[in-house]
Ligand binder design. Sequence first.
Ligand code: GAP
Length: 507
Amino acid sequence: MSSSAEPANLMEAVVSLAKRRGFVFQSSEIYGGLNGFFDYGPLGVELKKNIRDCWWNDMVRRRDDVVGVETSIIMHPKVWQASGHVDGFTDPLVDCKASKNRYRADQLFFSPVVVDGNVVGYVSALESERTTEELQAAAEQFKRKKAIQGTLAPVQPRDMTEAKPEEIPQIPSPATGEPGSLTPPRAFNMMFETYVGALRDASSVSYLRPETAQGMFVDFKNVVDTGRVKLPFGIAQTGKSFRNEITPRNFIFRSREFEQMEMEFFIHEDDDWAKWHRYWIDWCKDWLLSIGLPASHLSEYDHLKEKLAFYSKGTTDIMFKFPFGVQELWGIAARGNYDLGQHEKASGVPQAIFDEATKKKFIPHVIEPAVGLDRIFLAVLTAGYAEEQVTDEKGNTETRTVLRLSPRIAPVKVAVLPLLKNKEALTTRAKELYKKLQRRYAVFYDEAGAIGRRYRRQDEIGTPWCVTIDFDTIEKDGTFTLRERDSMQQKRITEAELFALLDEQVY
Ligand code: GAP
């Protein structure tokens, strides 16, 4: 028997499990860590690789119209001038001169405190699920502290990008609680700069890429000339991107070094971009379901037309219900022919292709599904984590922690457990099966401790199946006990059936 409940602080529980079981560590931890950087441990690296491999197989290998590339992280600096990143890849930054803290202006909220229709002061709060409640509580406290009589109006939250110049000196810093130290927002470029070669001057400045996408645009002609591709077709890659985020936060959700999985899908200029845009939104959602994310956690957000870049035809984000709120997981943008057009202008190399039907040359348009691998990693951990009260046949109740990961991405697919450690016939057969499975799958051999405890260890890391080698295996019919993680049901299974099950579920 079991009953499942989300822990009071799901995010804390997931971060703790990630550290405890070797999924994710803080980077450079023994030196106090480096904010916005993370390491993936033995189980984390497997989970991440499995998500990446699933994406690559489904996006590239199993499609006839998408090919892959791997482009360099440091590219010619002119790439980033042409793409607009050198001038425009900025977030609005607010400094607190008193505490030296820095805030993203669109994540720092404030409100006037209005009593009987008069503004009597200002309150501020950092963006969270409860920003409005926090501002209201701060306004009530402000009124009480200053002993102001009258009726307090509900707060009207705005972020610092919307503050009028005369309001800024009156807004308190979240660090000190006092007004007067916040600066007006200014544009902060998020590109990491470096130098290429032995000279360290303006001529050798280069950048760590802030997105993988430009690699596909810059290699577009190479792929067309060598790849036997025909419109519509896509170019995909996975790889590291770097952004000097002002406020990295929520664990691996927003970090300064992260991995992206992006695909540029090129279409004819006369093709129906909205149809392809919709196609890729649906494809991405279906793919997220195929790696086990629950449909209940997914939604769509269409960017407001007036906030889009001038060349953009439309952007839809697939949103995910994280423990800290509903946030962007995957952006699907219709970017017209802006990127190839920019590179044609800046490099002088024509990017147009010839259309046999119309005998015309044109620059293809693009639909771009772009997702962060680390974000999907966090989504599967937070959606899959559960603490269950389980009662055994003797009536004893205990809490089991279980990670409900899809067999497609689980870091360990099967744990092989001999019933007893000190019975050589059992361990020999178990090791034989373990070695055989290991040729194709990530498997784990465990002979230490009571069988129930061994199951729990596997539940916590998301292993979908445990097979136990017992006396029936060696003395009777050769079958094993297969124990399923989510239902905890057990049944007898032959070796051939076990391989068939894995073949069907792990792809
Ligand atoms: N080429 C388009 C592009 O890069 P983006 O919305 O800036 O678009 C795409 O990034 C995806 O990359 C996001 O939806 C998110 O999943 C992921 N991502 C962006 N910034 C990130 C960060 N600082 N940390 C982790 N993932 C990030």
